[in-house]
Design a protein. Structure first.
Length: 284
């Protein structure tokens, strides 16, 4: 499928204190960079919003500025040249290329998400022709209008003469395929709690990757317990002591010399470090 991508990356982010939300970092990349990485084969990468450091992006601004998603879509669509367009929000840290590919398949008629397949998070063969588009639905079955793939000509026709401000009012009547996909690709960051959840997801992905690389069963890793330990050591002793302590604990576990309550004992040592002046660890 030949397609361009339009990423809406403006907005005031009022619930985040007015910060540059698409520019916030998760796992070493900005939210906008993560979304852009989900459309690596897009012919054109069109970002509606202020310029940021994203390779190959074409930046445009809506009129009027701050007018909402409909004017932003209109501005981005004016730069689309491909027959299909991925319409995405600039703050979805869990979106991956596989999700966009599944939306493309659903929209093109190769696959469709409906009924039991959608409820189970999967896609089923439909055998019908291309639809107007396909959108992600969240765990509650609600359409996420800034997470979809559309026929560009259908969007242009829908925008012609549309005077409303709602994306739902614009896109809902087009009856897109509804796609429920695993991995919560629709998840966006509207609050600080959302941002913290995105950071924790990165931590989960990294933990799984490291376990696979080292041949460790992830079920044996109590991530939260280790994080609590390193936090206590960082605050009670010194920040560099936190990763060192985790490494030493790993060595002891691997050698079979760590006591069953090793984490609890190390946490207690860190908590009493300042009170004891280091005597418990140095023996002085």
């Amino acid at each position: 499928m030949a397609y361009d991508a339009v990423i809406l990356a403006g907005g005031a982010a009022r619930r985040l204190g007015g910060v540059d939300k698409p520019g916030l970092s998760v796992g070493g990349r900005s939210l906008l960079e993560i979304v852009a990485a989900a459309v690596p084969d897009a012919g054109r990468l069109i970002v509606v919003g202020p310029e940021r450091r994203v390779p190959r992006a074409l930046y445009v601004l809506e009129e009027p500025r701050g007018g909402g998603p409909v004017p932003a879509l209109r501005a981005g669509l004016a730069e689309v040249r491909a027959p299909w367009v991925a319409l995405l929000a600039g703050d979805m840290p869990l979106l991956r290329p596989a999700h966009v590919a599944a939306l493309q398949s659903a929209a093109s008629g190769e696959l469709a998400a409906s009924g039991e397949s959608a409820a189970s998070g999967g896609l089923a063969a439909s055998g019908r022709g291309p639809a107007s588009g396909a959108v992600l639905v969240d765990d509650g079955g609600r359409e996420q209008w800034l997470a979809g793939v559309w026929r560009a000509d259908v969007l242009r026709e829908a925008l012609r003469g549309y005077e409303g401000r709602s994306l739902r009012g614009l896109l809902g009547p087009l009856a897109p395929v509804r796609a429920a996909l695993p991995g919560r690709p629709w998840f966006d960051c509207d609050t600080m709690d959302d941002l913290e959840e995105a950071h924790m997801n990165v931590l989960s992905e990294w933990t799984a990757l490291v376990c696979a690389e080292l041949g460790i069963d992830p079920a044996r890793v109590d991530r939260d317990l280790i994080l609590d330990l390193t936090k206590e050591v960082a605050h009670g002793v010194a920040r560099p002591a936190a990763p060192l302590t985790a490494y030493l604990l790993g060595l002891a576990q691997g050698a079979g010399t760590a006591p069953e309550d090793a984490v609890a004992r190390l946490t207690a040592l860190a908590g009493s470090w300042n009170e004891a002046g280091g005597e418990k660890l140095t023996g002085e």
